[in-house]
Ligand binder design. Structure first.
Ligand SMILES: [Zn+2]
Length: 412
């Protein structure tokens, strides 16, 4: 059944004598209009907003998919006497090298080795790490060096294991929730000295914090810690281990979680190179895994979104997102630019779209904007310009709304 819904047509903005384009600015749901109609959602409709693949970045649309920046800071933990970890003069440089290598690996992203003969696409991860800004007011660096005999050490095995204990995080983490805190803890020196204990590169992810160990005491080049860092951060960003069947992704096959191919069962033939398995490569993320991360980045109030530099709040009037073919936006988006739906084309929006301050969606004469339970707003506490619905004598821009749609934060 067609229900006539209404929109408040805020202001007639613009009427040109040359091409006789009439512009109506849509800023709120309110009154009816001949160009705007409301329908029930079509039969068989189901929400697309939670599907990871609908967030997998598409390099054909760089204004819609840009590299997200995760803010981090770093805590080096050491004993009071200070001999089990890097000091400030070495630690900053060493972690810079780990981070640089980890970011490089995210950008390379290798093709999946499993399943054998797969044609899983290789996408760029589209996220990176940035050290949080220096806090100049209190002179606080993104690097902290703590000395604490009780809390400096890390053990993931044995009766004294403390890897999942939170005391060190509670005591030392900074900017909780808005920065990913990374704790670099040495393996307990008694265990390092023990002949029966194997000191590993290891770590654990909890909430918005990561602990990693093996960094100083193994004496390895910095790059060897990069995949461990990526693996633990990916847990924070929402990924599970991928050798299990239930990791939420069809493109990460269950596997024997082999470190590498040994030629003997179960580690014969190609073995996993996925970042979320334990293997000597950890260089591959699948489209579903990348989509999951970006779904979390786009979910309002998610812990992952709060860790990001909110680039979507930086309005960009230099370029526009031009819809010059029929498009469906099946996942949420956070946009910095104007959107222009060109005449003769249809844009379908299925989820949430944040528009940066001062930006607008233009629906040209002869273009159609279809909204399916869509939510258009500004997620920065600012206002945007709303929908510019254009028509001429011969052609109308149209808006069709299906289900419960909302438009918020438009300047009045
Ligand atoms: Zn893990």
């Amino acid at each position: 059944m067609k229900v006539v819904w209404t929109l408040l047509l805020c202001i007639v903005l613009f009427s040109s004598c040359n091409n006789k384009i009439i512009s109506l600015r849509i800023c709120d749901l309110a009154q009816s209009n001949e160009h705007i109609s409301h329908f029930d959602v079509p039969e068989g409709y189901s929400s697309t907003c939670r599907e990871p693949i609908n967030y997998a970045p598409d390099s054909n649309y760089p204004l819609e998919y840009y590299k997200q920046e995760v803010r981090i800071n770093v805590h080096y933990m050491d004993a009071e006497k200070g001999k089990y970890n890097f000091d400030r003069s070495e630690g900053e440089l060493y972690f810079d090298q780990i981070m640089e290598n980890a970011i490089m690996r995210l950008e390379i992203n290798e093709k999946m080795r499993l399943p054998e003969g797969n044609e899983t696409p290789v996408l760029a991860a589209y996220f990176t790490y940035v050290l949080r800004d220096m806090d100049t007011e209190v002179g606080r660096s993104p690097y902290a060096f703590h000395k604490d005999d009780d809390l400096y050490w890390f053990l993931s095995k044995g009766k004294n294991r403390n890897n999942s204990r939170k005391e060190v995080l509670i005591k030392y983490q900074q900017d909780e929730g808005s920065v990913l805190n990374i704790f670099i803890q040495p393996t307990h020196p008694d265990s390092v000295a023990s002949k029966t204990y194997t000191t590993d590169i290891t770590g654990i992810a909890m909430g918005t914090t990561v602990k990693i160990a093996g960094v100083y005491e193994l004496g390895l080049p910095a790059w060897q810690h990069a995949t461990n860092l990526n693996h633990e951060i990916a847990h924070i960003l929402g990924l599970s281990h991928s050798w299990y069947r239930n990791d939420g992704c069809d493109d990460t096959p269950p596997n024997s979680n082999c470190w590498n191919s040994s030629g003997k069962p179960p580690c014969e033939g190609p073995t996993s190179n996925n970042m979320m398995d334990y293997n000597s490569s950890q260089m591959a993320l699948t489209p579903c895994q990348i989509g999951k991360i970006h779904r979390n980045f786009h979910k309002q109030d998610s812990k992952q979104r709060k860790l990001l530099v909110p680039q979507w709040c930086e309005s960009d009037d230099f370029q526009s997102i031009v819809i010059d073919r029929d498009r469906k936006w099946l996942g949420s988006k956070d946009l910095k630019n104007d959107v222009i739906v060109k005449s003769g084309n249809t844009l379908e929006i299925y989820c949430r779209v944040s528009m940066a301050e001062g930006r607008k969606i233009t629906v040209e004469p002869g273009a159609t904007l279809k909204l399916y339970n869509a939510h258009l707003h500004n997620d920065c506490g600012d206002t945007w310009e709303g929908i510019d619905l254009q028509s001429t004598k011969r052609k109308n821009g149209k808006i069709e709304m299906y289900g419960k749609c909302s438009i918020e934060n438009v300047i009045k």
